[in-house]
Design a protein around this ligand. Structure first.
Ligand code: NAD
Ligand code: TYD
Length: 351
């Protein structure tokens, strides 16, 4: 039995990963450390909460004593660090917590892992720290070209700057101490359990409630979409076979302008749920500050080295996703009560 410390496992990608791993393997015990911020929700983990190989610890990755205790009490073999403040718009409103969680929190985890994994000048075998990062650290593309692992970091938002900062700290622990690490940089994920502050679930939620669909700027910013389960399989492969110290980009050539995504969602809901959901709901609003124009991943390295490829194309994935939100209206209702209302007012009501 090996022990995986998953951080941020109550969030969108983390919860999908915990479920994915427990369904696929019998040989891993998963300890989920999550602070349960507005974005963390134990309801996401209902399917596994009583699983014999799963346990949950509520707490902050930046809490030195707590993380030290976890490493002392469990023989941790892998750390998969999903925990982060993850939303660009929130980082523009309040950058400090992004620096604290994303950079200092990651450093705190690295220090605990280093302390418990180091043996003299080297590290115990079979240990690995995986930093789940983002393509946003590379900045913005023009109309052509793709992000490669060698593309220089050029983050523009406080969120992406904090992720780039964390990546550099992780890299430095490999360069300095030869600590066993990998960094994954993934494009925009979508799928079940994504908090409705991000484009796809926000548009589904608003359309179903006949609220305006706020499209930033001209709606022609491009994101490269990846179904969350394909991201989970990439992390699984990097965890098992990634070469130590390497960065792996994860993406599947699914670039779409934002307005196309919004119209796809409206089209599905109009046809299958309510014919009064139409493009009249679209409201072009003031652009996001520093809005990156285009993201696009070159996934050749992870394909060549690890044999990874995404199994879900966008047309299939978006239908599965919309259907999941339709079938989980109660989940949506729960996560949009309380703090969400204040955030939504602050973000959109003046636009
Ligand atoms: P999310 O916001 O849905 O979840 C983040 C989780 O981390 C939540 O459960 C939250 O409670 C927890 N958390 C926050 N601060 C914490 C702290 N200090 N200590 C412990 N737990 C804390 O985010 P997500 O979309 O699931 O993203 C997960 C990771 O993947 C992040 O590191 C993000 O940067 C990265 N990523 C996300 C995307 C995407 O499209 N969502 C794309 C590329 C990379
Ligand atoms: P988002 O889901 O916040 O992801 P990220 O900024 O990390 O890529 O946004 C995806 C794209 O959608 C981005 O170009 C901003 C745009 N967007 C809107 O036009 N309206 C919205 O209400 C939101 C949340 C995002």
């Amino acid at each position: 039995m090996k022990n995986i410390l998953v951080t941020g496992g109550a969030g969108f990608i983390g919860s999908n990963f915990v479920i994915y791993m427990l369904e696929k393997y019998d040989s891993y015990r998963i300890i989920n450390l999550d602070k349960l911020t507005y974005a963390g929700n134990l309801e996401n983990l209902k399917a596994v909460e009583n699983h014999k190989n799963y346990s949950f610890i509520e707490g902050d990755i930046a809490d030195h004593q707590l993380v030290e205790e976890i490493f002392k009490n469990h023989d941790i073999d892998y750390v998969i660090n999903f925990a982060a403040e993850s939303h660009v718009d929130r980082s523009i409103l309040e950058p400090e917590i992004f620096i604290k969680t994303n950079i200092l929190g990651t450093t705190n985890l690295l220090n605990a892992a280093k302390k418990h994994w180091q043996e003299g000048d080297s590290f115990k075998s079979g240990k690995k720290f995986i930093q789940v990062s983002t393509d946003e650290v590379y900045g913005s593309l023009g109309e052509t070209g793709y992000f490669m692992e060698t593309t220089p970091l050029d983050p523009h938002s406080p969120y992406s700057a904090s992720k780039a900062g964390a990546d550099l700290v992780v890299k430095s622990y490999f360069d300095t101490y030869k600590m066993p690490v990998n960094i994954t940089r993934c494009s925009n994920n979508y799928g079940p359990y994504q908090f409705p502050e991000k484009l796809i679930p926000l548009m589904i939620h608003n359309a179903l409630n006949k609220k305006p669909l706020p499209v930033y700027g001209d709606g022609m910013n491009i994101r490269d979409w990846l179904y969350v389960e394909d991201h989970c399989s990439a992390i699984d492969m990097v965890m098992h076979n990634g070469r130590l110290g390497e960065v792996y980009n994860v993406g599947g050539h699914n670039e779409r302008p934002n307005i196309t995504i919004v119209k796809t969602i409206i089209g599905y809901l109009n046809k299958n749920v309510d014919s009064s959901i139409t493009e009249d709901l679209i409201k072009y609003v003031e652009d996001r500050k520093g809005h990156d124009r285009r993201y696009g991943i070159d996934p050749q390295k992870i394909k060549d080295e690890l044999g990874w490829y995404p199994k879900t194309n966008f047309e299939t994935g978006i239908v599965k996703t919309i259907q999941w939100y339709l079938q989980n209206a109660e989940w949506m209702k729960n996560v949009t009560s309380g703090e969400y209302q204040n955030y939504y007012k602050k973000m959109y009501d003046h636009k």
